[in-house]
Design a protein around this ligand. Structure first.
Ligand code: F3S
Length: 754
């Protein structure tokens, strides 16, 4: 089952009614983003104007997609909800846990050996709860979603930041944390701050070497890595019509690199062509019936400054190809100008690798454009100076590209064909050519190029470009190569020039695939057993958290008073800990190890009030837990900023921390704490943070009267016998107080199901 056409018909039916209603209420013409948002309200018909950048709104997404790294904890949590099936169509994609090393066949075999238990677990949970499962090797989540599930006007969430890729097919698709996905799987709404809107008007037609990728490389330069925060970026204009659907996907994909909530494009002929080419004529037919709702109103695009919060204009006819990097995706340089810049900054000119693929750029069009450059190298007797690696986005793409001879072109140049998976894009790359921290340069068609992202080496300078530009640079082996103006010397000593790339938007013989790697869940999953080995160190079934005993919390000890920035990375570090994402107890050994202790300014070194000794935070907290002593974490401003990772809330909860008391919270983390049944509260007077001493004991003396809008009173006993009494604010509403009482939001859902 690739998609449910009846579900899509229902979305379109609702859209017809709700868009008109929204237009009436808002009183102006609407952007596409507003049409999709207003027609996916949890409460049904729009009833009031929603203020951009201000109102928190409950939505009802149409789909959910999860990748194998984040799906583990999401599904472990969902299993706690007491449901027989997911409430919203959901898929799981095995793509992040496959390391690139020797090539597709061997790498896949190794992944199946090393992560076998994780894949088996994900497959069995999917089967039990009606979730579509895409096996390792089936492809990268966002390419598979674009080819199978995305549809114009739809709303989806996914537990991966590049879920936004589906905007290429006219969706509002947003990357979320596991806890949000679990809510929606369990039949609850998804909350989002109503986004602001950035309009990008595209004019002209891309020429020669300029690709869709260059649009987002330019937008990233203009908006920087933070410029899209809290916004949907909506692309429109004649230029948009000159881009393929998959090209639009590339642009939306990298919207994550400017921090945008998501990006989207209005429905057009390129999307219709893509839907029909991917065997979805019925969706295209339905979309055509409500075409006017699947794009912004004409008035909006005619006078964008009146309707968007910010407007950018880009002329595709004059846009030059760019390479962005190193170390940040917004550092854009037009190709041809990198020589000087590299010299000045001491970036290595020699390019070691050219990597093509990832969820960003692995469409048929991408491969044909890159292959047209590779073919010229063969024809013109140019031996590539860099190594080539290819990661096809899906088995359907790989199979079709092989059939059409595209992969052979790369193989003739000595390229390594990696698995249809993330590989080098997420640091799953065992590079054979370099060990250690040597300075070197690579170019790739991926999206992110932060330090260590591809190969774990902080001195790898990664530059992002279009697949065809990556191919050209890899053939030349030089970062300063400009294929539009420069020549190369071939094996016969002749001077040759590369012609501009030639691409084919969609396979003329159609897509084909033998085994796409999809496993349909059984209809009745009640007999399916979930596979988790008892001695596994990667997976652990969750136990429900204890409910609150209804009493005031007395005698809680200070675990740590965090100084300064305390992000979700400080609370639950990534890196080597990622392998324990499905094992709450094991990953809890990283709990708060990055937080700076305010009393000694050291990390992971706190005083135990039991022994008086200093030790690691998790170890100290485990002692408190063993003794049944509740604890409190104190923090500064914007505590928990960073990612929406639910582990940052689950780990302290699992280890027995009861309260997080801070000057202010990052909102998503605050909600995550509430969902896990923690007490997340803020100092009424932020200077009270200074009253907290290392040996303090906390008494929450009116918790028994915990109620909406009612501050809590905390008595703080200091070591010298003195006491302070302070007030703390909270933002719990009635439902959230219910979560606290029950021990977690999931406990509450389970109770309601019963
Ligand atoms: Fe995978 Fe990289 Fe995309 S990690 S999902 S290919 S951003």
């Amino acid at each position: 089952m690739a998609f449910d056409i009846d579900m899509i018909k229902k979305v379109y039916q609702d859209m017809d009614e709700r868009v008109n209603k929204a237009r009436e209420i808002v009183g102006t013409p609407l952007t596409l983003s507003e049409k999709i948002l207003y027609s996916h309200l949890w409460d049904g018909n729009p009833s009031k104007i929603l203020e951009r950048g201000k109102d928190y709104v409950n939505f009802a997404p149409d789909r959910i997609a999860c990748q194998d790294a984040t799906a583990q904890m999401a599904l472990l949590q969902f299993m706690q909800a007491g449901k027989d099936k997911v409430a919203v169509p959901t898929t799981v994609h095995c793509d992040h846990l496959i390391q690139a090393k020797q090539g597709a066949a061997k790498d896949l075999q190794r992944a199946n050996e090393t992560s076998n238990e994780v894949f088996d677990f994900l497959e069995s949970v999917s089967n039990k709860y009606g979730i579509g499962f895409w096996k390792p090797g089936a492809g990268i989540i966002h390419q598979v979603v674009l080819e199978n599930y995305a549809f114009p006007g739809g709303m989806m969430i996914g537990t991966d930041s590049h879920t936004v890729n589906a905007g290429g097919l006219g969706m509002v698709a947003v990357g979320v944390g596991g806890a949000d996905a679990v809510d929606v799987m369990a039949g609850m709404p998804w909350e989002l701050k109503f986004p602001k809107l950035i309009g990008v008007k595209l004019t002209g037609d891309p020429q020669g070497w300029t690709a869709a990728k260059d649009v987002i490389l330019k937008v990233a330069q203009i908006l920087t890595v933070k410029g899209g925060t809290g916004c949907i970026v909506e692309y429109f204009g004649e230029g948009a019509k000159n881009l393929s659907c998959t090209g639009k996907g590339t642009i939306c994909n990298m919207g994550a690199e400017i921090g945008a909530t998501t990006s989207t494009f209005g429905y057009d002929d390129s999307m219709e062509r893509f839907l029909r080419a991917t065997d979805r004529n019925d969706i295209a037919d339905e979309a055509n019936k409500i075409r006017e709702h699947l794009t912004g109103d004409p008035e909006v695009y005619n006078e964008p400054h009146k309707y968007f919060d910010q407007v950018i204009e880009i002329d595709l006819s004059t846009l030059r190809p760019h390479l962005n990097g190193p170390f940040t995706p917004d550092l854009a340089t037009p190709v041809g100008e990198l020589g000087e810049k590299a010299k000045k900054n001491d970036w290595p000119i020699k390019v070691d690798w050219g990597l093509i693929g990832s969820c960003t750029n692995s469409s048929y069009e991408d491969l044909t454009r890159a292959a047209s450059i590779a073919q010229q190298a063969v024809d013109k007797k140019l031996k590539p100076k860099s190594d080539f690696g290819i990661n096809p986005g899906s088995e359907q793409i790989r199979f079709t590209a092989e059939r059409d001879g595209l992969l052979k072109v790369f193989e003739d140049l000595g390229a390594t064909l990696f698995t249809n998976a993330c590989g080098p894009c997420i640091g799953q790359w065992d590079r054979s050519d370099r060990k250690g921290d040597e300075k070197n340069t690579i170019v790739h068609s991926f999206n992110r190029n932060f330090s260590k992202r591809a190969d774990g080496n902080p001195n790898t300078h990664a530059f992002v470009g279009s697949p065809e530009m990556v191919a050209a640079i890899a053939i030349s082996g030089r970062l300063d190569f400009d294929p539009m103006n420069d020549t190369l010397i071939n094996e016969d000593g002749e001077e040759v020039k590369l012609d501009p790339p030639k691409g084919i938007e969609l396979p003329p013989l159609g897509f084909d695939v033998k085994d796409n790697g999809y496993v349909e869940p059984v209809k009745d999953g009640s007999k399916v057993n979930i596979k988790v080995a008892e001695d596994s160190n990667r997976l652990q079934l969750l136990e429900p958290f204890d409910p609150w005993d209804g009493k005031n919390l007395m005698g809680a000890k200070l675990l740590i008073k965090a100084h300064g920035k305390c992000t979700t990375d400080h609370i639950s570090m990534a890196g080597p800990w990622l392998k324990y994402r499905g094992h709450l107890d094991n990953i809890s050994d990283n709990c708060l190890i990055g937080a700076v202790n305010a009393f000694n300014k050291q990390t992971n070194f706190v005083k135990s009030q039991i022994t008086g000794e200093y030790d690691a935070v998790p170890k100290t907290q485990r002692q408190y837990k063993a003794e049944g002593i509740p604890t409190v974490v104190v923090g500064d401003h914007n505590y928990g900023e960073g990612s929406s990772r639910e582990h940052a809330a689950m780990e302290p909860r699992h280890l027995g921390v009861r309260v997080v008391l801070v000057k202010s919270f990052a909102r998503i983390h605050e909600t995550n704490l509430k969902k896990q049944g923690m007490l997340g509260i803020t100092f009424q007077n932020e200077n009270d943070y200074d009253l907290i001493q290392e040996d303090d004991t906390f008494n929450f003396i009116d918790l028994e009267n915990f109620a909406e809008d009612k501050p809590l009173t905390i008595e703080i006993e200091h070591k010298d016998g003195s006491k302070d009494t302070i007030k703390a604010n909270h933002t719990y509403n009635e439902t959230q107080i219910g979560w606290f009482k029950e021990g977690s939001a999931l406990n509450m859902i389970k109770k309601m199901n019963k």
